[in-house]
Design a protein around this ligand. Structure first.
Ligand code: UDX
Length: 457
């Protein structure tokens, strides 16, 4: 990608300042965005917390500014919302000092903008006080963003908090199709208080910024993007899928086990099921065992990411059933972390059992890989709804995990005609993604608009 002359101002490169939320699913799109803007000629400064700090050596062209964060530690899912809310507040005053000294150092006219994760409202507020324009990066889907906007209405109309019997959870949210009550963004048993605060603050960050950047693309979410443009009152830049537009960036917090790529080489096309639940989701020890025997019973070859800490209980409690790995050696491989984008691109991979984090969903869509969906929290249920019901490129593994049901779901996806139809539709989406990111495609045009926006006086 050629350097954009507009990124140069008065003979000097303009700076874009970035502040990601320090979780893998948020760091990846922010670093992709950094790579994209850098390729367009902008100088990049990344503010970051000590918690989940990036490996700065991997990005020699960027400047990194550490911001003390009150030293958070990894927490259980139920506590992540409180942690995110506290993180922004804990960083506020140190960020103010660091931003002020950056502004003293760079000429103010040379600072194009601060792009921060929508979940860091205190960071946006500091920037506003120092007259630095902001853009908000929301790392989830456009549909998810619309559900954040609708959150107060969902309480007023009684859809939230989610409670009661299964029939109520399956009730359609008529004001927000295609969601059912159980697809709405919730975390654990929260009564809506903390999540409500988190989402309301995120939407304040968006509305008080000069625009919203979304990691999605027109052909995937046109209706949802139109709705956001109508309701938000700020420009919306749909510049995704970012991993396809800025492919060389490596922002993984864990070291991927690359041996799985060679291992995949031995299998026929579209024969292997890739299983991964992202960087945060946790399962019970019982679910781990049922998943393991379900995968084994399906007879389908598999590559499974069992991340340290993925099983609730203790950090190293990711115990697979005794003898499982040895028994499965010929047709299964378990790794602690995979080079996921490359795995999904591998010709041997024919299906993805995913938690439906937005990055994983997009990465699967872009490679034409159909999905088994097992969402855990937050936006994942809504993403799964779109995968199964709107794009029809996957199916949900709902209810209690039980090995017989797991086996059946895997066979439906990997060997049945139904799965082949999902794969065909997934290939169509892959083509649509390639068109959006190709010359003259909608995401390319949105990037041009974003660059123009960043270079306005
Ligand atoms: C979190 C939330 O769970 C998700 O719903 C939200 O949209 C973003 O924040 P996470 O759970 O980590 O993210 O899921 P996801 O969004 O899928 O991001 C995970 C990232 O880690 C992906 O980019 C994926 O490629 C990468 N990954 C995952 C690896 O590189 N290797 C692995 O083994 C697993």
């Amino acid at each position: 990608m050629a350097a954009h002359s507009n990124a140069v101002h008065g003979g000097r490169r303009r700076h874009v300042l970035l502040f990601p939320l320090p979780y893998q699913g948020h760091i990846n799109p922010m670093f992709r965005l950094a790579g994209l803007l850098h390729a367009h000629g902008f100088a990049i400064t990344v503010f970051h917390t000590h918690f989940n700090a990036p490996d700065t050596a991997r990005h020699p062209d960027y400047r990194f500014v550490p911001v003390p964060d009150g030293s958070p530690v990894p927490v259980a899912i139920e506590d992540v919302v409180a942690q995110i809310l506290e993180l922004g507040v804990a960083c506020e005053s140190a960020f103010r000092d660091r931003l002020a000294s950056i502004l003293d150092e760079y000429s103010r006219d040379d600072v194009a903008c601060l792009v921060a994760d929508t979940h860091l409202l205190p960071i946006f507020e500091v920037a506003a006080r120092l007259s630095v324009p902001t853009l908000a990066l929301r790392t989830g889907s456009a549909a998810c963003c619309a559900s954040f906007l609708a959150y107060p209405m969902l309480f007023e109309k009684g859809y939230l908090p989610v409670q009661g019997m299964q029939s109520q959870r399956d009730m359609p949210v008529v004001d927000l199709p295609p969601y059912r009550v159980r697809d709405l963004p919730v975390i654990g048993e929260d009564d809506g208080g903390l999540v409500r605060e988190l989402l309301s603050r995120a939407m304040t960050a968006v509305k008080t910024s000069s625009g919203l950047i979304l990691n999605t693309f027109d052909a995937l979410e046109r209706r949802e993007l139109d709705g956001l443009r109508r309701d938000l009152g700020v420009p919306v830049f749909d510049i995704g899928p970012l991993h396809k537009l800025s492919p060389a960036v490596d922002s993984s917090l864990l070291l991927p086990d690359r041996s799985c790529l060679e291992w995949l080489d031995a299998f026929p096309p579209e024969s292997v099921l890739y299983v991964s639940f992202g960087s945060v989701a946790c399962m019970s020890p019982r679910d781990l065992v049922e998943t393991a025997w379900g995968i084994a019973g399906s007879g389908v070859p598999f590559l499974w990411v069992v991340r340290p800490g993925m099983v609730s209980g203790s950090a190293d409690d990711h115990r697979l059933p005794e003898g499982f790995e040895a028994a499965m050696r010929k047709r299964g491989k378990v790794v602690a972390w995979a080079p996921q984008e490359e795995v999904l691109r591998h010709r041997a991979v024919g299906g993805f059992w995913t938690h439906c984090g937005w990055n994983s969903t997009l990465e699967s869509v872009c490679e034409g890989v159909p999905m088994l969906c097992r969402p855990y929290f937050g936006d994942q249920m809504g993403n799964a709804r779109y995968v199964e019901h709107v794009w029809r490129v996957g199916l949900e593994v709902g209810g209690d995990l039980e090995r017989g049901r797991v086996e059946a779901a895997i066979r439906r996806l990997m060997t049945d005609e139904e799965g082949a139809e999902m794969r065909a539709r997934a290939c169509e989406l892959k083509k649509a993604a390639a068109e959006c990111t190709g010359e003259g495609g909608s995401s390319r045009l949105a990037i041009d608009k974003l660059i123009t926006h960043l270079t306005l006086p």
